[in-house]
Design a protein around this ligand. Structure first.
Ligand code: C2E
Ligand code: CA
Ligand code: CA
Length: 511
């Protein structure tokens, strides 16, 4: 198939489209992976916060239970109570110290026994919980104090910051995790700080305990999504790259295809690459040149001369056949018009048309224009319509053929004998000529059945008073047989192959 492509789109545009095709799956896949990574991090942050909340509540449960057990002892002399205080420290997990309070004064401690220190209820969030950065015994070591009070008495139990930071580190191994009590907060490094929490811009989750006055925050630092993707998704990135390459290749091939063949033909039409070749038609008896059939050739810049059966089907399919035929008729008129004054009798010029020409009346105008280029009555324009592609008898076609006949244009049924036209059809379109298909001519003297069909066609045309043209006459025997059977016109290699205009015009003067 010679319809190889000369791209109509600019090279740069095609490269851009190919790149776009390649990038699209990569970008789309990248966005999906990014969203997936964000989801995974959000889930991980949520799970971490939930787990931390649960563990801190369990630790505080132990501290609160110790305080509850000791509260009834508040007010009793320290000497009587201190053993009970120490027992709680020993028995309860996570409890570091226990203390008794009376009238806002810490007066008894598990560590020192008798003691004296003022207790400020305002230090405790909701009067219950205080996250502090150590006490005189262990400065700079976090301590979580739980306060329980009833009237003048109270109990303070403390939770060692070591357990808290350990928990933060273990649970938040892949996440940043913070414990917050009022304004104070601590991270896994065990330091208690006051004020604004550090920013956790990615997948920040904050959960408040419903049972104690604290909350936990989990999240990730800036850029964590990309870091996570770089760590987890390399195989998926390779897959995306592969899809990108495949998609780019497909985009490239599709573009290449989409430019052919109709785009290529449009280009060729604009470049005037479709040219007429002329094949003589001779009189059956005198063998003098009585006309010619115009046969289209594609003078392709790379492929050379292209046969019509290779591109006419595409031209018909794309609808380009109509402007192509118009261009062919104009070239024919321009080439043969100047010769027409020398034509002794009306010279038959056969032009092949297709069903696409019969959808409107534009052909009438084309034919009128064509005839106007010749000396009056010097030519007889014959439109050849192949029998294999019969047209519907609609109002438009009826009008078209009436107007063509009014112009003096003749109609020939091409390839006659290979299709199914009926007598009614031949009458309705006022057909003037039948062109016997070359397959029947080739069978003269070879196949009895084909010869029988040939004889029948010849008889039929005589009865219907139609002119008859035999195509594909290659041998003298075929010519003799056809002449003996009164076939009016002969066309074939025996008399001349289709030739370019210059050859045809110079040969014409000899005939
Ligand atoms: P067609 O209209 O039946 O044209 C006759 C074909 O038979 C031509 O082939 C011609 O070269 C070939 N031919 C003529 N004498 C002989 C012979 O003695 N022996 C053999 N073996 N072949 C012979 P071509 O030029 O290749 O055209 C093929 C077909 O393409 C045409 O068949 C016609 O259907 C179509 N075609 C050609 N030009 C046009 C055109 O301008 N418009 C349309 N719609 N179709 C065209
Ligand atoms: Ca023809
Ligand atoms: Ca034919």
């Amino acid at each position: 198939m010679p319809l190889t492509v000369r791209p109509r789109r600019k090279h740069s545009v095609r490269i851009a489209i190919t790149l776009l095709c390649a990038l699209l799956p990569v970008l789309l896949g990248g966005v999906i992976l990014y969203m997936q990574a964000e989801r995974t991090l959000a889930q991980s942050s949520q799970k971490t916060a939930e787990e931390a909340l649960l563990q801190f509540e369990l630790m505080l449960d132990s501290t609160a239970q110790a305080a509850r057990d000791l509260l009834p002892l508040a007010g009793q002399p320290c000497e009587n109570a201190k053993l009970a205080l120490r027992e709680q420290v020993t028995r309860r997990p996570f409890v570091r110290s226990t203390n008794l309070v009376w009238d806002n004064n810490l007066y008894c401690s598990s560590l020192f026994g008798d003691f004296k220190e003022a207790v400020k209820a305002g230090d405790y969030v909701q009067g219950k919980l205080w996250l502090m950065n150590g006490n005189p015994v262990t400065p700079n070591t976090a301590l979580l104090v739980y306060r329980l009070s009833d009237g003048r008495g109270g109990a303070l139990t403390t939770l060692d910051g070591y357990h808290l930071s350990n928990m933060l580190r273990l649970i938040g191994r892949h996440t940043m995790l913070l414990l917050q009590v009022g304004d104070n907060w601590m991270s896994a490094n065990g330091q208690v700080r006051q004020g604004v929490l550090p920013a956790l811009p990615v997948a920040h989750t904050m959960l408040d305990s419903s049972r104690y006055a604290f909350s936990v925050s989990a999240g990730f630092p800036k850029g964590e999504t990309w870091r996570y993707m770089a760590e987890q998704y390399p195989p998926l990135f390779s897959l995306l790259m592969f899809f990108g390459v495949v998609s780019g290749a497909i985009g490239h091939v599709v573009q290449k295809r989409s430019t052919s063949p109709s785009h290529e033909m449009l280009r060729a039409l604009e470049a005037g690459e479709f040219v007429p070749y002329f094949q003589p038609v001779v009189h059956g008896d005198s063998k003098k040149w009585s006309g010619a059939e115009v046969l289209m050739r594609w003078n392709h810049p790379k492929e050379g001369l292209v046969r019509p059966d290779l591109f006419i089907p595409f031209a018909e399919h794309s609808g380009l056949i109509v402007p192509m035929t118009r261009a062919l008729m104009r070239q024919t008129a321009a080439l043969l018009g100047p010769q027409s004054s020398t034509f002794a009798a009306p010279f038959h010029i056969g032009i092949n048309i297709t069903a696409s020409h019969c959808r409107d009346l534009a052909l009438v105008k084309d034919c009128r224009e064509f005839l106007a280029s010749f000396a009056p009555d010097s030519v007889s324009l014959v439109l050849e319509l192949t029998e294999r592609e019969l047209i519907e008898p609609t109002e438009i076609t009826q009008q078209l053929f009436e107007q063509l006949h009014a112009l003096g244009v003749k109609i020939a049924i091409d390839d006659f004998g290979t299709g199914h036209s009926s007598l009614g059809y031949l009458r309705r379109f006022n057909v003037d000529f039948l062109k016997i298909d070359q397959s029947f001519v080739a069978m003269i003297g070879v196949d009895a059945l084909s010869r029988h069909i040939l004889d029948t066609i010849i008889e039929l045309s005589a009865k219907l008073d139609l002119g008859i043209v035999a195509e594909g006459v290659e041998t003298q025997a075929q010519a003799d047989y056809l002449t003996a059977h009164n076939v009016n016109f002969l066309q074939g290699y025996l008399y001349g192959k289709p030739m370019p205009a210059t050859d045809f015009i110079s040969a014409l003067s000899h005939h």
